[in-house]
Design a protein around this ligand. Structure first.
Ligand SMILES: [Zn+2]
Length: 198
């Protein structure tokens, strides 16, 4: 479904919050978004998400998660999509339905100490080490798999990243055991993940 600035469930609150922003640039952007047709607005959403991620509205569903190993900016709000379906499928065919309850969320930014560059996925656990913890710091309730927002709807790569991150439940690093786990997962899914369903 195509939204406009008036009825966008994801960005509407942020737009209203910034209608009188101190920044003339943001103010103008919000005004333009309000004038946009549904098609134009859809094209704008990606840029709006970026600005929202760097300056979310109060009580926003956009969270910043910081641990010793990584920093992720992600949107807690997500409609059920095909990745949730894929998760259930992989859980059954690869993990004998033993995977713990895990939320799949899109991240506008993932920075990892262990992986230089910009990772496109991350498997995060509630008890991942945090040495310096601020009192109001955001914490996870259950395991999360973060997928780079730019991969949203990019099949089959999004499912491939999801499966890769699910394999980290068994093997945290990228050593030979991990490759064996990925191979086993691909065997169990008939390698369809790599080439897409047909
Ligand atoms: Zn990995």
């Amino acid at each position: 479904m195509l939204y406009t600035a008036e009825n966008d469930p994801e960005l509407g609150t942020w737009l209203r919050h910034n209608a009188d922003s101190k920044s003339p640039f943001i103010r103008t952007l919000v005004e333009a978004a309000k004038l946009a047709s549904p098609g134009e607005y859809t094209a704008l959403q990606r840029a709006l998400r970026r600005f929202r991620a760097s300056d979310p509205e109060p009580d926003s569903s956009v969270h910043t998660l910081v641990t010793d190993a990584y920093k992720v900016v992600f949107n807690e709000q997500k409609e059920l999509d095909h990745l949730d379906v894929a998760f259930t499928r992989f859980n059954a065919s690869v993990f004998d339905n033993a995977f713990p309850e895990t939320k799949i969320r899109y991240a506008s930014s993932i920075v990892s100490q262990e992986e230089p560059g910009w990772p496109i996925g991350l498997f995060a656990l509630p008890d991942d080490p945090v040495t310096y913890r601020a009192p109001s710091q955001f914490r996870l309730d259950v395991p999360h798999i973060f997928i780079a927002e730019k991969l949203s709807g990019v099949a089959p790569v999004d499912e491939w990243v999801l499966l890769h991150e699910m394999c980290h439940y068994k093997v945290p690093n990228h050593g030979p055991d991990f490759i064996a786990q990925v191979k086993q997962a691909l065997d169990a899914t008939g390698w369809r993940t790599l080439i897409g369903s047909f």
